[in-house]
Design a protein around this ligand. Structure first.
Ligand SMILES: Cc1ncc(COP(=O)(O)O)c(C=O)c1O
Length: 381
């Protein structure tokens, strides 16, 4: 039996709707670049249909507010650069993934911007009121993860963004770990949402996006430029969306997979997915609490996504991952999960922890099997 407990890295099997959409497009079209020759009409229509589906999914009024990128990392780089200018101060939490931390550091190191890290508790708790103390006259941006990729807890983003907006900041949400698991919607206090296509949404890898509130794109400095197949007489990027923020040949297959993926979630019902994942995490955590191991995070409240991290005292996480894989066919992820800040916050730096992450296709049988495997490994310790 092979069990995928690493969905937070990337989803496993893709929904039938995604496979069918890709197969249909691939078998009907070999030229796939809108505005650059080939079967432009089919390519443009496919991209537009996905854009419309994504706009609906994330609550954007106009499909041009959906910007396709190569993934959450590119979206975050584009928005962090675009929403900060020289001399700005940015805020982020101490649970951020390196996809937020490193772009901030890249701008901080040469002195372009200043960064403050808002402290979170070892259980993943975050008090949005800490924003008040961190504000400076030049503070311009609050970027924060929607849910930690180490602890799985959902942060109080609505309260944090409300406070940030009171100071006139731009607000940027990293929804890499929440899109497809819980509702993620653009609202009056959110300027931009970065998401990954291949995780909870279950599209293919190499695509993601940025959902922008109306009017914010015009205020973003450009991070990237190139051909768009439009206004080609000019050396400047077009002013209109989505072209202004989408230079280069798009990943059309990725974009098609995303459209089909969000339609599959809408058809199944996000609440149904959520209920399924929630019942599995409850089952898993209840079982884990019977075993001699250290469980990180707070699972008593309902603020989590299907991510659970733990350590077995005295056992290296990498070794545990290897044993689970070799002896039981269970795939997990050990180490720092690209989130050294989060591991420092929960006290597991530099050794890290072992992360189990479930997905929409995980079954109760798989959860029980993992619990049995952990019971065998921990027996007699
Ligand atoms: C919280 C968080 N943000 C951003 C990312 C980056 O996503 P991608 O590597 O798909 O660009 C990840 C990936 O694990 C993540 O967990």
């Amino acid at each position: 039996m092979r069990v995928n407990m690493n969905h937070a890295s990337t989803s496993g099997t893709k929904p039938r709707e995604v496979i069918d959409a890709l197969t249909a497009f691939l078998s009907g079209n070999s030229h796939q670049s809108a505005g650059r020759g080939g079967d432009e009409v089919a390519a443009a229509r496919a991209a537009l249909e996905s854009r419309i589906a994504l706009a609906k999914f994330f609550g954007a009024a106009n499909p041009v507010q959906v910007i396709f990128t190569s993934g959450a990392t590119e979206s975050l780089n584009m928005a962090i650069y675009g929403l900060t200018g020289a001399g700005c101060h940015a805020l982020a939490t101490s649970l951020e993934h390196n996809a937020v931390a490193r772009p901030l550091r890249l701008l901080e190191r040469p002195g372009r911007i200043e960064v403050s890290w808002l402290p979170c508790g070892a259980d993943g708790s975050f008090d949005p009121r800490s924003i008040h103390q961190a504000i400076r006259p030049n503070t311009r941006l609050l970027v924060m993860t929607h849910a930690s990729n180490v602890l799985g807890n959902v942060l109080p983003v609505a309260a944090a963004f409300e406070i940030a907006k009171g100071y006139g900041l731009f607000t940027l949400l990293d929804a890499a770990q929440t899109a497809g698991h819980i509702e993620v919607k653009l609202d009056k206090n959110t300027d931009a949402i970065a998401f990954a296509g291949h995780k909870g949404l279950r599209g293919v890898a190499g695509v993601g996006g940025l959902i922008l509130s109306a009017g914010v794109a015009e205020k973003m400095s450009l991070w990237k430029a190139g051909g768009t197949g439009s206004h080609s007489q000019s050396l400047d990027m077009p002013e209109f969306l989505p072209d202004r923020l989408e230079p280069g040949t798009p990943n059309l297959l990725g974009i098609i997979s995303l459209g089909a993926a969000v339609e599959a979630i809408a058809a199944a019902g996000l609440e149904t997915v959520r209920r399924h994942e929630k019942s599995l995490v409850t089952r898993f955590v209840t079982g884990l609490r019977q075993l001699p191991l250290i469980l990180y995070g707070d699972y008593d409240e309902e603020r989590w996504t299907p991510v659970v991290s733990l350590n077995i005292p005295g056992m290296d996480g990498g070794l545990l991952a290897r044993r689970l894989s070799d002896e039981f066919g269970i795939e997990t992820r050990s180490g720092l999960h690209c989130s050294p800040l989060a591991h420092k916050t929960i006290g597991t730096f530099p050794q890290g922890a072992l992360r189990f992450s479930l997905g929409a296709e995980t079954t109760a049988r798989e959860v029980d099997y993992v619990l049995e495997a952990l019971a065998k490994i921990t027996a007699g310790r």
